[in-house]
Design a protein around this ligand. Structure first.
Ligand SMILES: CC(C)(COP(=O)(O)OP(=O)(O)OC[C@H]1O[C@@H](n2cnc3c(N)ncnc32)[C@H](O)[C@@H]1OP(=O)(O)O)[C@@H](O)C(=O)NCCC(=O)NCCS
Length: 176
């Protein structure tokens, strides 16, 4: 007996995707996805990925990835055991945006997007090194969401959170 087909597929944003119907809880993220994401993708400002519901071809969510630099002095104390340089800038991958269409609430799409973003970030870090994945939370709710995804807050920066690449790899390996 063959396994059931997955209901969503994750892929890079392309010209064939209809972005106009996307709507999430955040007006800013909705507007970004509908009007800016395509240009950012084309100009390599952000790499945009989408989750597509296979049955309807509707976009259930998206996220963006970009190269990023983080000030070593901003790292949280939890990263001390990694013995990273204490000054200068360190390479990272930024999840600049991530949102799920409101019609797909309650289906685990947020987490699906996070896991795929971490997978892509880890793959990218194999080709151009990065010590961590960084996110900027645009609201308190978003911050709580990222804390629930094991991200650590940066001291003195309310909205910026980080997950060291070591922890990304551990999460992708799954429970031992
Ligand atoms: C944040 C967002 C992506 C979550 O998507 P979702 O599909 O509801 O998330 P999931 O159903 O996969 O939930 C995953 C986990 O996060 C938790 N979660 C979801 N939204 C949360 C919130 N606002 N605060 C705290 N936890 C939250 C869920 O309870 C779940 O936890 P569990 O595994 O312990 O049950 C979605 O609400 C959204 O698109 N919001 C608007 C844009 C936004 O704020 N993006 C965040 C980046 S700035």
């Amino acid at each position: 007996m063959s396994a059931a087909a997955p209901p969503f597929r994750l892929e890079p944003l392309g010209a064939g995707h209809d972005r106009s119907a996307f709507e999430c809880e955040s007006e800013r993220q909705t507007a970004y996805f509908r009007t800016v994401a395509g240009q950012h993708n084309d100009k390599s400002i952000s790499a945009v990925y989408v989750a597509v519901e296979i049955a309807s071809e509707r976009i259930a969510g998206f996220y963006t990835l970009s190269m990023f630099l983080i000030d070593a002095g901003d790292l949280p104390p939890e990263l001390k055991p990694l013995r990273l340089p204490k000054s200068g800038y360190l390479p990272a991958v930024l999840i600049g945006r991530l949102a799920r269409d409101s019609r797909f609430a309650g289906q685990g799409i947020g987490e699906l997007l996070v896991v795929d973003a971490l997978f892509q970030a880890e793959q990218a870090a194999r080709h151009a090194a990065a010590v961590a994945v960084v996110v900027d939370a645009e609201s308190d709710a978003a911050r709580r969401f990222w804390l629930g995804q094991e991200f650590l807050p940066l001291p003195g920066m309310k909205d910026r959170l980080i997950l060291p690449m070591q922890a990304v790899r551990k999460r992708l390996r799954g429970p031992a």
